[in-house]
Design a protein around this ligand. Structure first.
Ligand code: AMP
Ligand code: GLY
Length: 424
């Protein structure tokens, strides 16, 4: 029976993707989103409450009598939204604050990986200028990887072959943050593994690959992610098995033993070297964006059932099935993104309905979109929308996603033309 009331927290492409799946569920009767975007407004009732307004979100969850709250971004999780919902006995998909710290603090994540015996780069914690030279010597011969121990919105990591640059970023970070991480450089290819987990078990979704640099050929500044595809062939069956044995299983055991179960999705950022022995680059405590947009559509099982089960520790009862398809997403970014995106421009050519043809599907995920006073669709953020497609081959999904993005008009916008190049 479609009688469940669900609130999705967030307003990006990831949350639009979550709404698209939840809207199709046979259990969901009422779908709400806070704050949402233009795309979610077609599927859910948008509420103008920010994703960081914890009191506002709690009030809304109570008023709606929500059966499930699905949290998209990390900030409300770090601010203990799940803890507070638990006091109200409202199931939440997303971990409690102390566990969300896996993303909130890179040093904490490193310490957990050491405790759980999970492979990751060796590191130094630096808090004194006098320790810097010896630490730089220790990891010399490769680029240096310096990470601030704060949520820095993608600007907290510097990878550089210039010793001077590494040293000055370390000095600067010690001054502002008190301490900083220097990591050994890991060679290899990156992939994202999204693992839905609770106290009863876990399920690994097909691995994907994001493209974090703004321009083709991995050039230009770092962004939130310019496109992704799934499954990523770099994660072979053997790599997947090793990832489960050496990373996912020990992390799950560690989290189960830590007290309150981790109820949500753990984003495992992997580095896969030639040897195929995966290392963890980072953890996030939420779905990746844009990885979510192309991973959820590959799930055959009703996504509400999975998210609700994880929020209530019943994941082990489910038998989760996947489509035998590939999916690709290409992000359309505003002029000036990522430095200073131009907002408020009209967008043309966006269709609300997915386009189905010959075993393929193409669709638009809204991210930074809204309406102007005349009710016209406009851009409101840096990553404006993404065009995605699924099909029987990776090539088919790439071709279709690009065919769709070419039909959309937004003055000054840009997108990468080489999404999935590593696999093709
Ligand atoms: P993070 O915010 O920890 O994911 O780091 C941002 C990016 O820096 C990653 O996506 C990698 O491309 C790169 N990176 C981080 N740590 C390492 C490492 N130890 N070795 C090589 N590259 C790294
Ligand atoms: N796409 C990378 C992230 O969501 O962190």
């Amino acid at each position: 029976m479609a009688d469940k009331v669900v609130l999705v927290v967030g307003g990006g492409g990831r949350e639009h993707a979550l709404c698209m799946e939840l809207k199709q569920s046979k259990h969901v009767g009422e779908l709400h989103c806070a704050p949402g975007n233009a795309g979610t407004s077609y599927l859910a009732k948008n509420h103008s409450i920010s994703a960081t307004d914890i009191e506002g979100l709690l009030e809304l969850s109570k008023t709606l009598n929500a059966d499930l709250v699905v949290v998209g971004p990390e900030a409300p999780l770090c601010a203990e939204l799940a803890d507070r919902l638990s006091e109200l006995e409202i199931p939440c998909f997303g971990p409690i604050g102390i566990l969300a710290h896996l993303e909130g603090s890179k040093l904490h994540a490193k310490q957990v990986m050491q405790d759980a015996n999970v492979p990751t780069a060796a590191f130094h914690v630096l808090s004194k200028s006098s320790d810097i030279e010896a630490a730089l010597d220790d990891f010399a011969g490769n680029p240096w990887v310096v990470k601030r121990d704060v949520l820095a919105g993608g600007k907290g990591v510097v990878v550089t072959s210039q010793r001077d640059e590494a040293r000055s970023f370390i000095e600067q970070s010690i001054q502002t943050d008190g301490q900083v991480l220097l990591e050994d450089f890991l060679p290899g290819e990156e992939a994202s593994m999204l693992v839905i987990m609770d106290g009863s078990g876990y399920v690994c979704l097909p691995a994907s690959q994001d493209h974090k640099r703004a321009f083709d050929g991995d050039e230009g500044p770092n962004t939130g992610g310019m496109g992704a595809y799934c499954p990523a062939p770099v994660v072979t069956d053997a790599v997947r098995q090793k990832t489960i044995e050496s990373i996912i299983e020990p992390m799950h055991q560690y989290l189960v033993a830590s007290g309150t179960p981790y109820r949500g999705v753990l984003y495992v950022g992997l580095m896969i070297p030639e040897s195929g022995e995966p290392n963890v680059v980072e953890f996030n405590v939420r779905f990746g964006d844009p990885e979510c947009q192309i991973t959820l559509p590959l799930i055959k099982t009703d996504v509400f059932e999975i998210l609700e089960a994880a929020a209530t520790d019943r994941l082990a009862e489910l038998d989760i099935e996947f489509h035998d398809l590939f999916a690709t997403s290409v992000v359309l970014a505003a002029e000036g993104y990522p430095q200073s995106p131009v907002k408020g421009r009209q967008i043309h050519g966006v269709s609300q309905e997915p386009i189905h043809a010959d075993g393929t599907t193409a669709w638009v995920n809204h991210a930074g979109t809204g309406f102007n006073a005349e009710g016209q669709l406009i851009s409101t953020g840096g990553r404006v929308l993404s065009c995605s497609a699924s099909g029987p081959t990776l090539e088919a999904s790439v071709k279709l996603a690009y065919a769709l993005i070419e039909t959309i008009e937004l003055e000054g916008s840009h997108y990468r033309t080489d999404i999935a190049f590593r696999a093709l």
